[in-house]
Design a protein around this ligand. Structure first.
Ligand SMILES: Nc1ncnc2c1ncn2[C@@H]1O[C@H](COP(=O)(O)OP(=O)(O)OP(=O)(O)O)[C@@H](O)[C@H]1O
Length: 218
């Protein structure tokens, strides 16, 4: 379970998060919605340990992640958390397979085991025939599915996605959204998704609405 208590965040004088409390349960798909500038991405980055709180605590399981620093934070993030962004951020000079394997190599896993897992994920996500391709040789939807596989390579407990389908046409977006639920059902992962896509937001088990730095509806 993820638990955040009394989260406050400032950027200079700008008070971006004004006391956010949230609980997200294992195996849940939760969407975070709200107007532009409400603080959704900031909250997602804080929950996902990519950004620091100014006040408050974030717990993932029994670890207070908001206290972790340095190598401990990097190890926790790499082994327990997956990220998917609007722009896939794949490394252009590496193949799909290599991109997927990178977080596993950083975690010190064997290349053999990682190749096997990359193959399984590619089959599940339906791009097995593209594993040797570089990102520029793949469609937008395929690139995003590679990014999903990369997020899952270390079998994280929780996956954070920031506008994951924001750069996809409606057909690819729909396929990606269905995939999140399939992955949750198959691997029991938790998904926390910031989105402006109403359809995806409504498909979630729970929709959190943010306004002006607070969650106003859960
Ligand atoms: N690194 C930063 N430095 C300064 N201000 C920032 C920074 N990141 C975000 N902000 C500001 O914090 C506020 C909240 O930004 P955030 O990206 O969390 O909003 P959002 O709800 O995700 O918006 P959108 O839907 O447009 O992506 C905005 O006013 C933004 O300009």
């Amino acid at each position: 379970m993820l638990q955040a208590k009394g989260i406050q965040k400032f950027y200079g004088d700008l008070h971006v998060l004004k006391g956010v409390d949230v609980e997200i349960f294992d195996n849940e798909v939760v969407s975070i919605v709200g107007a532009s500038g409400a603080g959704k991405s900031t909250l997602l980055h804080i929950l996902g340990t990519l950004d620091q709180v100014d006040q408050g605590e974030v717990w993932i399981g029994d670890t207070m992640v908001s206290k972790l620093k340095g190598d401990k934070l990097a190890d926790f993030r790499n082994s327990q958390i997956g990220f998917i962004f609007q722009f896939h951020n794949l490394l252009p000079e590496f193949t799909a397979e290599e991109n997927i394997m990178i977080p596993g190599l950083i975690a010190g896993k064997s290349e053999f085991a990682l190749k096997q897992r990359a193959k399984e994920l590619a089959e599940l996500l339906d791009f097995s025939d593209r594993l040797d391709h570089k990102p520029s040789e793949m469609s937008g939807g395929e690139q995003q599915r590679v990014a999903v596989a990369r997020a899952l390579i270390n079998n994280p407990k929780i996956v954070f996605a920031d506008e994951p389908s924001g750069n996809l046409d409606s057909q690819n977006a729909q396929a990606l959204h269905e995939l999140f639920f399939k992955l949750r059902d198959e691997f029991g992962q938790t998904f926390v998704i910031v989105t402006h896509n109403q359809e995806l937001a409504r498909m979630a088990d729970r929709m959190l609405t943010m306004q002006d730095g607070k969650i106003i509806q859960v």
